[in-house]
Design a protein around this ligand. Structure first.
Ligand code: FES
Length: 163
């Protein structure tokens, strides 16, 4: 009579130990499998550097009055609307050493604060040391009347957008 409860007790203890070992073993296999899957995913995904788009919306055509030049500080681009109404976009990055130039309405020039380069409203050099004119970017208007500038597309100095 005394043996039976003892055997049952041993069986219970064994089950508990077996359950524990299965649990720990299963957990270890799950952790190893998850780690392998993550590493395999990282290995198979392309190692690409994500850069912000060079194309941006510059707002509605109507916000730019004729005969105006507006600096988009974030994009470092001047949006120019001529008095005839057409548009063009020129870089605000000085071609000397890359400082950001400013529009000086009192002198009607774009001036670089770093070493004194001066450009006209078209981005042409008035005074050095800048070696090249300011770059002109592609500009277009979408169906909603929003200006789109693409800094990835450099266009010739006489390219304009008629609206
Ligand atoms: S960076 Fe503009 S003049 Fe030198």
């Amino acid at each position: 009579m005394d043996e039976k409860p003892n055997t049952e007790e041993k069986k219970d203890t064994l089950m508990t130990r077996r359950y524990f070992l299965e649990f720990v073993g299963g957990g270890a296999i799950l952790v190893a499998a998850t780690g392998s899957a993550v590493l395999t995913g990282q290995f198979l995904s392309p190692n690409v550097l994500r850069e912000p788009s060079l194309r941006f919306k510059a707002g509605s055509v109507e916000i730019y009055p004729p005969d105006s030049i507006t600096l988009d500080k974030e994009q470092k681009v001047f949006i120019v609307r001529a008095k005839e109404g057409y548009f063009y976009a020129i870089s605000a990055v000085c071609t000397h050493l890359g400082c950001i130039a400013n529009w000086k309405s009192e002198d009607d020039i774009i001036a670089c604060p770093c070493h004194g380069s001066k450009f006209d409203k078209e981005g042409r050099i008035i005074d050095g040391p800048a070696p090249r004119p300011l770059q002109r970017f592609a500009i277009m208007v979408d169906e909603q009347g929003q200006l789109i500038v693409d800094k990835g597309v450099i266009v010739s100095e006489d390219t304009i957008l008629k609206v």
